[in-house]
Design a binder for this molecule. Structure first.
Ligand SMILES: *Cc1c(COP(=O)(O)O)cnc(C)c1O
Length: 473
């Protein structure tokens, strides 16, 4: 065994040794879908990727303004054509780069925020308080006070928050309209029961009665957010049935009129969840399919209410990943190649899970900018971290790549530009290809000054080797 192996190596330059390959016919459609290894991404919105990298460096995030607006409009239209009153909101935590948020605000999206920081950011961008939806389990007094003063829609997460807001409202001498976040089992997703008030146990109804009895709070809406990457539209239809039934009960028992139902986010993007068999093109519903499921159920669930002389409630959506994900790509360069002991190829890139956190859950589509020569073989794509977990793709069939070759990952717009880490490496430039054809940096690459800017060195720790300084004196 060893002998033949060493013989093989001695016959060829070990540095350039390439494993013998069995040629199978590839490229056709098989039970795993279409082969993808011949696909390339040469340009983003008409701009050559190689040109982007020569101008802005590698790695590089690239946002397509055109795609972002198209996605936003398509989702908006899908619901607006099926329901009379719809408010679309943009989930800040999914991607709160100012350029992304303002593109979506220009498309008519409100801001959906889940912390005081996100609230501040929305206000700084110019979003008025009365177009902010304030969710989240940790809203403290100062933030609640500002939100109540500025007319934001506050969605209660717990009884303690209710008591706190009631106090704040009393101080302000106001009646503050609120919504309750609800959790329940639709039968299609795992309930996220840690958020809001549980419906099945009666907790939600108790809370609604409590708000009904309050002289400083008024129940104006019901909210739920089922989860994220929910690919079954029946989950939303079930959520609407449950919410509309609960709305009827609450109105009957407390005399309040519910103005809006907020279905949260969670629509899936065209990304491939790890361990899921079907490719995203087949698995992920379209905006129209989500809209149809939601609006059909809403129509059915509010028919009787209309007969009672009440208007149909406004529908609010807080969409994140489905709007932004495929509008952002991550360009990375090949740094090195190696052969793993099990025979697979290992390729090291300059972008890792520090920048693409979602690599832990998704098999992102990745395409070379130029079609590489050679036969596709199983390859692991590693990031630049000195960390074993830094894997961008566990397994991909791709021809051998050379040092300096560029790869484009997509979709990466959801949860990466917010969950990325300044860890081991600086975070790179984020560029946006604008609709007018220009390319602008919308977040500048970090440098040492940025990273250490928040640090303070106590005087006694100002030198690394103080004894040497003493010796020099
Ligand atoms: C994260 C979040 C959203 C957005 O979820 P997506 O899955 O990205 O669409 C909406 N609403 C709330 C309350 C959230 O926490």
């Amino acid at each position: 065994m060893n002998k033949s192996k060493s013989k093989l190596y001695s016959l060829t330059d070990p540095k350039h040794w390439i494993a013998p390959t069995i040629r199978l016919h590839g490229g056709g459609l098989n039970k795993f879908g279409a082969a993808r290894h011949h696909l390339t991404t040469e340009k983003i919105d008409g701009v050559p990727v190689a040109e982007l990298v020569s101008r802005f460096g590698s790695p590089l995030f690239v946002i397509s303004e055109k795609r972002l607006r198209e996605n936003a409009r398509r989702l908006k239209r899908a619901f607006a054509t099926r329901w009379p009153q719809v408010i679309n909101a943009w989930s800040y935590k999914t991607n709160y780069l100012g350029a992304v948020c303002n593109t979506l605000h220009q498309e008519g999206y409100w801001a959906e925020v889940v912390s005081a920081f996100e609230y501040e950011k929305a206000r700084l961008l110019g979003v008025p308080g009365n177009r902010i939806i304030f969710n989240g389990p940790c809203k403290l007094r100062a933030a609640l006070r500002q939100a109540a003063e500025e007319g934001a829609r506050i969605h209660l997460d717990s009884l303690d928050e209710l008591y706190l807001l009631e106090e704040v409202a009393r101080e302000l001498g106001k009646i503050v309209p609120v919504a309750m976040r609800l959790n329940f089992d639709t039968g299609y997703t795992d309930p996220w029961s840690r958020f809001g008030f549980n419906l099945e146990t009666g907790q939600a109804l108790d809370c609604a009665r409590r708000i009904g009895a309050s002289s400083h709070l008024r129940l104006a809406g019901l909210h739920t957010h089922l989860g994220t990457f929910v690919t079954d539209t029946r989950a939303y239809a079930a959520a609407v049935r449950i919410l509309t039934a609960f709305m009827d009960t609450v109105e009957e028992q407390t005399g309040t009129v519910i103005e809006y139902l907020d279905l949260g986010g969670g629509f899936a993007s065209k990304n491939a969840m790890q361990g899921v068999y079907l490719p995203p093109e087949q698995l992920v519903p379209s905006a129209e399919q989500y809209a149809e499921a939601v609006c059909d159920a809403l129509m059915a669930g509010t028919r009787e209410r209309e007969a009672r002389g009440l208007t149909r409630p406004t529908l609010i959506l807080e969409t994140g990943r489905a709007v932004v994900d495929d509008a952002v790509s991550l360009v990375a360069s090949v740094v090195a190649n190696k052969r793993l002991p099990d025979g697979r190829r290992g390729t090291v890139l300059d972008a890792g899970v520090n920048l693409m956190f979602t690599a832990f859950w998704y098999n992102h589509d990745v395409r070379p900018v130029r079609r590489p020569d050679g036969i596709a073989e199983e390859t692991v794509l590693y990031g630049p971290m000195c960390m074993n977990i830094d894997v961008m793709r566990q397994s991909i069939q791709i021809p051998p790549l050379s040092v300096g070759d560029l790869l484009v990952f997509n979709p990466v717009g959801a949860y990466n530009n917010t969950q990325w880490l300044q860890f081991i490496e600086y975070r790179p430039n984020v560029a946006m290809v604008l609709e007018n054809g220009k390319v602008e940096v919308v977040r500048v690459r970090e440098d040492l000054a940025v990273v250490i800017g928040q640090e303070r060195l106590p005087p006694s720790l100002s030198l690394p080797f103080p004894e040497e300084r003493d010796a020099n004196v």
